[in-house]
Design a protein around this ligand. Structure first.
Ligand code: F0G
Length: 454
């Protein structure tokens, strides 16, 4: 049963458009859904980040904003919530997740150091590289098989991790576990794996951090799938997850259900003291760090709401509803379904389109034309070019992500998405792919424009 544990108090209209209008519009902006004005999108599944609907309590919290430059009462509430839910005694607010990454990496990464982890998110990797560090991917092999049904495909491969650390433990800035593993399909990491990773980190005296963006969805999957956790509450599982880590970076735009915000949580006072000056320099005074007082209040409330079991049950059921609906129509989707999104296997959907003609991106264009649905490619377009050879990088997976904003769309919206996907699936053999019209030199998926092959 998928009973939404909320009812609607305020609505936002969606403008519907005709197919002819969308064909004209997407051509006009150069066949890149990132360049669409939002009012021309019917269902926006571009991201689950900052797109959630806040509750009446969170909106009430907004009215309690204390905008004092220093010592805001809302900061105190936020730090208390982080301590209560995650167990970290020190909180440094940042404007969003990448702000936290920037402050942490500038403080602790030295040039040439490595940061082993499970498929670091692209901003995470970019900030590490920005200060001269290097990521080492240690995810288990199952993540590369879209049809493996392994329940914790986000896990780190311990042998790979130890092999990366052992030759020179002093060269490891920190180990990073991303929960859930977004780049690999929103797949969870088991508590057993978190614990084992922490033991390896401790053995070599390395710090362990968690990229916590979707920590609550990860905890829900642990409760569902990991032996021994069925009788634990989500909050107990969350506490245990973080108990093995020295700290976390958090994009609060995901599981804290706010439109903007983030923080670093740490256990150690000396590390907190080291982070403060960089926080002040890059984000703001340590009691606001780029956030409004009112937004810190909403974040504090959101941390509690985002870890409610009923809500998480509904949320993961909703994602699975979309996944099952697509699967029934024949659309190839990554399994098990992720916590925040369904990922379509574009290589299998459009096997006749060459990788250099971007099957995943082609599918995102078709979703827009078919139903005004905005999705995003996570494949060769996103991967970019090799900095040395300038050749396209063709990653193992060529996916299209349908991310579901929190508490925003109803079952009927998802039925509409499934119906549109079915229509595209039926005419898939006629699709031809795209080539560049303009290729943007950095992060090319955001700004490049395309020609549609006919
Ligand atoms: N870590 C993970 C795992 C993320 O998914 C994101 C953002 C960040 C860090 C950065 O956080 O956006 O607040 O600066 N992911 C978004 C997405 C953008 O669409 O998946 P941010």
């Amino acid at each position: 049963m998928m009973l939404p544990p909320f009812k609607i108090k305020s609505v936002e209209p969606i403008s519907t458009t005709t197919r002819e209008y969308r064909i004209k519009k997407i051509k006009e902006i150069g066949y890149n859904p990132f360049l669409l004005p939002a009012q021309d999108v019917v269902i926006d599944l571009l991201t689950d980040s900052g797109t959630g609907a806040m509750s009446d309590r969170q909106w009430a919290g907004i009215m309690l904003g204390d905008e004092s430059y220093a010592g805001s009462v809302n900061f105190q509430h936020m730090a208390a919530a982080v301590k209560d839910i995650m167990g970290f005694p020190y909180t440094l607010p940042t404007h969003q997740g990448r702000g936290a990454e920037k402050v942490l990496d500038r403080a602790v990464v030295k040039k040439g150091q490595i940061i082993p982890g499970n498929m670091h998110f692209d901003t995470t990797k970019a900030h590490i590289e920005d200060v001269g560090g290097r990521v080492v991917d240690c995810t288990i092999d199952a993540i590369y098989n879209p049809y493996s049904t392994y329940p914790f495909k986000g896990n780190l491969y311990l042998k790979k991790l130890e092999a990366a650390i052992k030759p020179n433990p002093g060269n490891v800035a920190y180990v990073l576990i991303t929960v859930t593993c977004n780049s690999g399909g929103g797949q969870p990491v088991s508590l057993k794996n978190i614990k084992e990773v922490s033991l390896i980190a401790r053995k070599y005296k390395c710090k362990l951090f968690v990229d916590a963006a979707r920590f609550a969805e990860n905890a829900y999957f642990i409760k569902q799938r990991e032996p021994g956790y069925q009788n634990k509450s989500i909050r107990q599982i969350v506490r245990e997850m973080f108990s093995y880590a020295d700290g976390c970076t958090m994009s609060a735009k995901k599981d804290a259900i706010v439109n903007m915000g983030g923080f670093i949580g740490v256990r150690d006072n000396a590390l907190y003291r080291k982070l403060i000056p960089l926080g002040v320099l890059l984000e703001g005074f340590p009691t606001y760090g780029g956030m409004n007082g009112r937004d810190m209040e909403a974040l504090a409330i959101g941390l509690y709401e985002g870890t409610e079991e009923e809500y998480l049950h509904y949320r993961t059921q909703q994602v699975a509803y979309l996944g099952n609906g697509l699967k029934k129509t024949g659309v190839p989707v990554v399994t098990p379904f992720g916590g925040h999104a369904i990922y379509i296997d574009a290589k299998k959907f459009l096997p006749h389109i060459k990788r250099e003609n971007f099957p995943g991106h082609t599918l995102t264009i078709e979703f827009y034309i078919e139903g005004g649905i905005r999705t995003v490619e996570i494949g060769a377009l996103l991967a970019g070019r090799d900095p040395d050879t300038k050749e396209n990088i063709f990653p193992e997976l060529e996916l299209v992500r349908l991310a579901i904003p929190r508490r925003v769309y109803m079952k009927e919206h998802l039925d509409y998405v499934i119906e549109c996907a079915k229509n595209i699936w039926q005419r898939r053999k006629k699709l031809k792919g795209v080539t560049f019209n303009f290729e943007s030199p950095i992060m090319r998926h955001f700004q490049s424009t395309f020609k549609r092959l006919v």
